[in-house]
Write a protein that binds this ligand. Sequence first.
Ligand code: AMP
Length: 421
Amino acid sequence: MTRGDSPEKELAAIKGTKDILPGEVESWQRLESVARRTFELYGYRELRAPIFEATELFEKGTGRTSDVVTKEMYTFTDKAGRSLTLRPEYTPSVVRAIIEHRLDLQPEPMRYYYMGPMFRYDKPQKGRYRQFHQVDVEVFGEKDAAVDAELIEMAHSLLARLNISATDTLVNSVGCRACRPAYGRALREAARKKMAVLCLDCQRKVETNPLRIFDCKLEACRRAAESFPLILDHLCEECREHFKALLGWLDLLRIRYRVEPRLVRGLDYYTKTTFEIVSGSLGAQNSLLGGGRYDDMMKDFGGPDICGTGFAMGMERVLSVAALAPEKRKVLYLAYLGEQAKKAGMELGRFFRRNDVECLIEFKDRGMKAHFGRANKLQAAWVLIVGEDELRKARFGLKEMATGRQVEGTREELLATLQGR
Ligand code: AMP
């Protein structure tokens, strides 16, 4: 390909995926380091699982009737004939890893975080991609509603560190296996009466998973859903107490929230607490993060009966509302003149980098004027001049580009100048 040609269309990035280029990647790195630091302050450790898993893991975990599993998975058969899936979410992988490595027998708290790409074959639009990135946190073995509240408080703390304000926190309880079936029946009965006004998708949900009707964005379905019974009126004693305790903790932490009784979230496994933090400055895809409790997943996978709770945050969405000032890099541009100076430059570069100075040498033989033109263009902080004279004296010229100030010295003396000593 010659310069100026555009790549062949079939070689372009796949629809719904994006390159994260230098210039933009710095904000991602900032987000990652702020998130990492925040989670570590609360006792979380990183757990990295593979990008693809057995398809069955998501069918069982995420749920056979969820949109994610029925419509959105990237599933393929490998050469050994196994059905594999690019993970559409992270929680089932963590649960699998805990069971596989018996992490529940370790003395450390089971608090894990992770950041990485997820894959869903959804219709791409602003804020919705086919490869997107999530920050994910999960806690296992802590039944107390206090941990759900602490998760929400930690999410707030993370968003504050990223200078994100103007968010709403929505909370709900979706009950458990004791109280949800009866509620499901009441809901199905009410939904059947509205069958005629529901979209085709929701008509199907009436039989498969009526709770999912609350997810539908269509006006007619939303209006119909307003008359449906609410889960909060059907909770069993245990779920009611848990929800009351959660709200109590949130009040204690002075976290503003709104109880949203139709918040069911897109995944099938939630029990008791569900929550979401939405941003006023995003359009249709306004959910920054969402999560909740999933007390049955581990047991359903054939593992120990250990409860779980957590949330996943969309990195693209957070970055689109975060005010992250780019960090100014301070680069030393090394301008060598001639073959000897090039060799000495290589050694000098090594010396400065070992002393933590970012040093750029482009191996394109240039004259002095071209070097300075290039250093200007790159907005280098300093230029180090290495010519034959300088080599003979083992003293080099250093120019500070912003002020034009020029000094001369040995490499050790110049290092001291660069380090502001
Ligand atoms: P979920 O895993 O569906 O509970 O989503 C958790 C968070 O991931 C959401 O609040 C979004 O911020 C983000 N998210 C989910 N799906 C997508 C997508 N297709 N593209 C971009 N972000 C997404």
